[in-house]
Design a protein around this ligand. Sequence first.
Ligand code: NAD
Length: 250
Amino acid sequence: MEIRDTAAVISGAGSGIGRATALALASRGARIIVADINEAGGNETVDMIGAAGGIAVFRKVDVTHTEDLAAMLACSVEHFGQLDIVYNNAGIGGEDLFADDPGDWAKMIDINLTAVIDATRIAVRELRRLNRPGVVINTASMGGLLPMPGSPIYAATKAGVVNFTRSLAYLAPESRIRVNAICPSYTDTPLVRRSGDERVEAMKLQVGGILQPEDIAAGVVELVEDDSRAGAIMRVTVRGGRDFARDIRP
Ligand SMILES: NC(=O)c1ccc[n+]([C@@H]2O[C@H](COP(=O)([O-])OP(=O)(O)OC[C@H]3O[C@@H](n4cnc5c(N)ncnc54)[C@H](O)[C@@H]3O)[C@@H](O)[C@H]2O)c1
C-alpha cells in the first residue's frame, strides 16, 4: 500500500514506538489518529507531527474498552473520510508474578492481548463495511517468540499476538486486508527505561545493543508498503536487523 494520502490509527502513539511510527507514517503523507490513554503524550505527538508539516488528531482511548476502540476507528473516518492503516501498538510491561502481591497481572493480558484481538476484530469489520483494502499491524515482541524468564505473562501475551496474527493471513485474498505483526527486541523507550539503568545495561549485553524506536517504525513502514505480507511476523533485532519468522508447517 502506498502510504501517501492514507489515514492511519495508531494506539500507544503518545510515546516510544507508537510515536516514532506516527512520525514516520506522517512524513510519508499519511494522516494520523494519535490514540493513547495519556493525553499529554498524545498531544505532544500531534504537535511534533504538525511541526514537521504533517496532519494528526489526538483521540483519548483506553484500549481495554471496546467502545473506545470503535470510537478511535470511527474518528479516522470522521476526520479524514477514510481508514487504511490500523497499528495496534499500546502495551505495558513490568510484572512480578511470584511476589507476595503480584499486582493486577490480568491487566497486562487485557492491554497486550485482549485489546489487540478486539481492535483487530473491529478494524476488520469496519474495513469490510467501507469495502476498502487495509493493513492492520500488531506490536508483538521478540518475547513472543522466545522465553522471557523474568516476564512470563508478557511473553504469553505477545506469543498470543503472534499466533493470532498468523492465523489471519487468509483475510488478504478474501477481503484485501493484511494483518501482520512486528516483534521488536529491546527498544529504547520509556517502557524499557522504567526497568532501571542496570537492567537496561543487562539487556544490551544480552542482545548486543538496544534498538531505537525509529528502527521499529521503519519495520512498520515496510509492512504497510509490501503488499505481499499477510500474516507475517517481522522480527527487528540489533544483530539481525529486519527479517521474518518462518512458519513451521505441520
Ligand atoms: N520497548 C521495547 O523494548 C519493546 C520491545 C518489544 C515490544 N514492545 C512493545 O511495543 C509497544 C510500545 O511500547 P513502547 O516501548 O513504545 O512503550 P511506551 O511505554 O513508550 O509506549 C506505550 C504507550 O501505550 C500507551 N498505553 C498503555 N496502556 C494503554 C491503554 N490501556 N490504552 C491506550 N494506550 C495505552 C501508553 O500511554 C504509552 O503512550 C508495546 O506493545 C510493547 O509491549 C516494546
